[in-house]
Design a protein around this ligand. Structure first.
Ligand SMILES: [Zn+2]
Length: 482
């Protein structure tokens, strides 16, 4: 039995849930309500009176929380979901940057974006930064926007183009026209950033792109501290030229020294940590341990579904695990024992919600459940799951127990986009057909051999050491006796 649909514009109240407000005091309310009127949160508290005709959602046994915010996702790559599961960063660069990224047509960008947008809503991610670096023509950019506009969730288009130099595409008149056409209204449902990386070239050619961003009054997001690609030089150049600002979002920021973290912290920038990506692709160790010690604000991100999951449950879980793993290993190296973990579950939930809102300059609109804010609200509840009870520690439950299938209801800007575990008003069959068409197109362009090779990179030679407890003639100088 599915609940009847809730019409747009109708007041909604979540009744009797465990409410994580994510307000400044970290208030958690048991058995409380959240009332939504129009686009906004009207009230939060127990036993709220509501207007006649309000749709009542039973939140008992569930967690009501702010919609999650993903600050870095290459949505256009979603039609290649899972293809690069065994890649390294090098293989990713070769496949997308050098060989096949140029085969993506505007409709393929639209397809990936739309599927990623639907997937985000389904997983309780109500705001996503589309780090859209496949925009090699104006038609590609139009297709990206069209897809984001077609799903009524909140997005920021981070405009980029890996097939051109940022000082060329950012200064082209087409970019300014595009920005004026789509982003002049101050709409908080669709924002704009510029997305490009700073290579560390001492001539700092990226300066021209930063100047365009400043001129357009849009933030820059940049992959920083990526092993083998970007390093301290890029951060230093940005800082020295005055382009490191509180609105700058540094992605990964993993392979950096203290000098870069000091520059980021001193200028008020934030870091988007993609733990699943960093620990698998090779940008560097997920840097929350360093960001914590430098007082740098953190948000979480999923990077790309060509390898990893596009949900922030996975991001929260992997981030907490990576941070703790490093803390334990560092202590063991000193012959010490960690008796109290520094990073806590409530902190990663805050990073996944309010941290993202702050990074995007939207803290006065989203990221917490406070009266007057925009109603981006998620109910995590699943009465059919043995994992959703008992609910004794809501932060810990979200991070280590719950998953995207437990997302029961999602509101964005007051509108119900998912209810009773079902997406509302989404044509999933059409998205499936589009994805199949993109896969067919790319597969045809690559040919069967290249398609298979791309998905199955050669494995490294096995490294199994000689074992002294087995009887064997094999000896090496590296093991027991040469
Ligand atoms: Zn990225």
């Amino acid at each position: 039995m599915n609940a009847p649909p809730i019409e747009p514009g109708r007041p909604v109240v979540f009744r009797g849930g465990t409410v994580l407000t994510m307000d400044d005091r970290g208030t958690v309310l048991d058995g409380a309500d959240v009332l939504v009127l129009g686009e906004r949160i009207e009230a939060v508290g127990p036993g709220l009176p509501v207007p006649e005709g309000t749709a009542e959602i039973d939140a008992s046994g569930g967690i009501v929380m702010p919609g999650m915010v993903d600050t870095h996702r290459h949505m256009w790559q979603t039609a290649m979901r899972g293809y690069g599961a065994d890649w390294t960063l090098t293989q990713y660069f070769v496949w997308y940057y050098l060989e096949w990224g140029k085969e993506f047509r505007p409709e393929d960008i639209r397809t990936g974006n739309r599927l990623a947008a639907i997937e985000a809503v389904d997983a309780g991610v109500t705001t996503t930064v589309d780090w859209s670096h496949g925009l090699r023509t104006p038609d590609h950019a139009e297709a990206a926007v069209e897809a984001l506009r077609s799903i009524p969730a909140r997005f920021v288009l981070a405009y980029g183009n890996i097939h051109g130099a940022p000082w060329e595409w950012a200064t082209a008149p087409e970019l300014r026209a595009f920005a004026e056409r789509h982003f002049s209204g101050g709409d908080d449902m669709l924002g704009l950033q510029l997305a490009f990386d700073v290579t560390g070239d001492p001539a700092f050619p990226e300066r021209a792109a930063f100047e365009v961003a400043r001129d357009l009054d849009v933030p820059v997001t940049t992959h920083a501290g990526v092993w083998g690609a970007t390093n301290d030089d890029g951060v230093r150049l940005m800082h020295e030229a005055g382009f490191a600002t509180p609105r700058t979002v540094y992605v990964h920021a993993a392979s950096l020294t203290a000098d870069s973290y000091h520059r980021i912290a001193a200028t008020g920038g934030s870091v988007s940590v993609s733990t699943e990506s960093e620990q698998s692709a090779g940008q560097g160790y997920p840097p929350t341990w360093a960001l914590r010690s430098h007082g740098i604000p953190v948000s979480l991100s999923t990077d790309t579904s060509v390898w990893w999951s596009g949900d922030l449950f996975s991001a929260m879980r992997s981030t907490l695990g990576a941070d703790r793993a490093r803390e334990h290993m560092a202590a063991h190296a000193r012959k010490e024992t960690v008796t109290h973990c520094h990073l806590r579950a409530d902190q990663v939930v805050a990073w996944a919600t309010r941290g993202g809102a702050r990074a995007l300059g939207l803290d006065d609109r989203i990221g917490s459940l406070r009266p007057g804010l925009k109603a981006d609200v998620v109910l995590v509840k699943n009465d059919a799951s043995p994992v959703m009870f008992p609910l004794v520690n809501p932060y810990g439950h979200l991070v280590f127990q719950a998953q995207r299938g437990d997302v029961h209801t999602v509101l964005v800007n007051g509108r119900v986009l998912k209810h009773d575990h079902r997406l509302v008003g989404v044509d999933l069959a059409a998205a499936r057909r589009e994805a199949a068409a993109t896969v067919e197109h790319l597969r045809g362009r690559l040919g069967e051999d290249a398609w298979r090779q791309g998905m199955n990179p050669e494995t490294a030679a096995p490294e199994i050491l000689d074992n002294p407890y087995t009887y064997t003639d094999f000896r090496t100088s590296a093991t027991h006796g040469g």
